[in-house]
Design a protein around this ligand. Sequence first.
Ligand SMILES: C[S@@+](CC[C@H](N)C(=O)[O-])C[C@H]1O[C@@H](n2cnc3c(N)ncnc32)[C@H](O)[C@@H]1O
Length: 221
Amino acid sequence: MGKLIDGDNSLLDNDEFDKLDDQHSFGGPWTRIKLEALEKYLVAFNTALSKQSFTRLYIDAFAGTGRCDIKVDGEKKTVDGSARRALATNPAFHKFYFIELRTKKLAALNALGAEYPDKTIEVIKSDANAALKTLCGRYQWRSERAVLFLDPFGMHVEWSTLEAIAKTGAVDVWYLFPYAGLYRQAAKNADALDADKEASRLCNLFSVNFRGVGHDAGVTG
Ligand SMILES: C[S@@+](CC[C@H](N)C(=O)[O-])C[C@H]1O[C@@H](n2cnc3c(N)ncnc32)[C@H](O)[C@@H]1O
């Protein structure tokens, strides 16, 4: 039975998201708005660079399956997800990287790739942070330009990953930032934070030590 993640997904922490993801989750109207905006941007990006010699890359670091189930006004429907929209972009990207952790979703991504035998697609089974750092180091970024879509369920993107991406100077980043998860976990009472879990996620998200923020505004890091 599907479960609607209502409102802002980032209210849940990473483990809760993963549990919901296992049960199967539905997006809402905001999911379609997000995907339509991305689609328009991808067309604009490729159009703007089409007269230049850059190799254009699309990187989807939390790629999903290529389809999204949404629930709008009580009605369930399936819409094209980010990976599928990127593949349909015209003018086209030269190369696609789809990064995903979950085995079932990887199978769906491989099947999606098989629908586009003329396109160069790499499906990567990995944590997004590790894969992105590897990809950033793979190119000189002189003759490549990329769009990176960061669409995590929770606070999965580490600050060090953003630093690696920024260093390329060649990647346009769409980051669906989990701000509500941040509010929830940046507790007023720092003692309520589990040192090994929530506090370390906040540290990874911003590369600072957030313990004690609520007490003395002392952000250290
Ligand atoms: C919000 S969904 C992405 C939806 C996709 N952008 C779309 O529009 O179709 C987030 C995806 O990230 C995957 N995921 C979760 N943690 C991950 C991680 N650490 N690295 C890579 N993928 C991860 C989940 O399995 C899920 O498919």
